[in-house]
Design a protein around this ligand. Structure first.
Ligand code: SF4
Ligand code: MG
Length: 335
């Protein structure tokens, strides 16, 4: 079966005043139709930049894809003709951002913004498009959708705005949605409601979902697979239950051991000391070695490849192989 999305060895560089920074250093991940992949990492790990490159919305210049493939149903978006690429990215793929207020048009009512999608892409009459827009607002549980369709984005609460963003993304029934920290700006209780809605719609429409987050707490119930990113690379991939039960990378273990802070939008106190490196000052060998409790001499000298974690090592198996970019993944896995 052809995968819905397959990112292969993607590389992205940024030109900065201090030189060229490799923000994404050869990232590969994929998902099948109807599945959810969570991409987890601290800010600056390259998870958003990877998604922006997939969607073709990298700021350019100074950001630039320098290598790799982005296969959508087996065809490379990076090399196909511009018109077809626009068509796929416009209708078959959609993105949800953290900040709905800056993603929505502030001077157009939300009903009109939704209706515009149907007019432009489905050739609906204005009247039909408006009716569909209200149905969709109702579907994402905006109370009194009919009356509120004429309101502007700033007249909605943060949670309601995020529902409207989800509605915008869903309008054309895409095959793939990429959601970049969709609930990070919201209060904890609202976060859960918005995440539940997203998961419910994903199921109903059998969409693929790439869920980008820094918060392990939000992915446990919704993701099938997790890819953990650090310093512009993937350091571990695993089915979600395997990863929680037995991580195969010290960084993942550090994330799991972090403590949720109930007072502060579900953020966590990282159990890992120190900060991630800048792409301009990447440590030798394993980029995690300055923070790693398990680091040995070899870690400072040799960058670990992405090892395939053996299938007998406690995995749920399935299509998604477990991988770990740690010389000592066996030791990590076995305690
Ligand atoms: Fe830690 Fe070494 Fe594994 Fe890197 S390779 S995560 S430094 S043990
Ligand atoms: Mg980000």
């Amino acid at each position: 079966m052809t995968r819905l999305l397959e990112v292969r060895d993607l590389r992205v560089e940024f030109r900065t005043r201090d030189g060229v920074a490799e923000a994404v250093g050869g990232v590969s991940y994929g998902l099948d139709a109807g599945r959810t992949l969570a991409v987890l990492g601290e800010s600056g790990s390259g998870k958003s930049v990877t998604a922006q490159a997939v969607m073709g919305i990298l700021d350019s210049p100074p950001g630039r894809v320098t290598g790799g493939q982005v296969l959508f149903r087996g065809r490379d978006l990076l090399t196909m003709g511009a018109r077809e690429r626009r068509r796929i990215r416009g209708a078959a793929m959609a993105m949800i951002f953290q900040d709905a207020l800056s993603a929505l048009n502030p001077v157009v009512s939300v009903g009109a913004q939704l209706a515009e999608m149907y007019e432009a892409h489905r050739g609906m009459s204005r009247k039909d498009a408006r009716r569909r827009a209200v149905e969709l607002m109702d579907r994402v549980r905006i109370p009194a959708a009919g009356q509120r369709a004429g309101d502007y984005p700033h007249q909605f609460s943060g949670g309601m705005r995020q529902r409207i963003m989800i509605a915008m993304a869903m309008a054309l029934e895409p095959e793939l949605i990429i959601a970049d920290e969709p609930t990070t700006a919201l209060d904890v209780t609202v976060q859960a409601q918005v995440m539940d809605l997203l998961a419910e719609l994903r199921r109903e429409y059998a969409m693929g979902l790439v869920l980008i987050t820094h918060d392990l707490g939000v992915v446990a119930d919704v993701a099938d697979t997790i890819a953990v990113m650090y310093a512009g690379r993937i350091v571990e991939t695993a089915p979600v239950r395997d990863l929680y039960r037995r991580p195969a990378h010290p960084y993942t273990r550090g994330l799991l051991d972090s403590v949720p802070r109930v007072d502060h939008r579900g953020e966590r106190l990282y159990a890992i000391k120190g900060a991630p490196p800048s792409p301009l000052t990447m440590p030798s060998g394993c980029p995690f070695h300055p923070r790693c409790p398990r680091a040995q001499d070899i870690c400072r000298a040799e960058r670990p490849p992405l090892y395939e974690v053996a299938a007998d090592a406690g995995t749920d198996a399935g299509a998604d192989k477990r991988t770990s970019a740690c010389h000592f993944w066996k030791e990590e896995l076995h305690g």
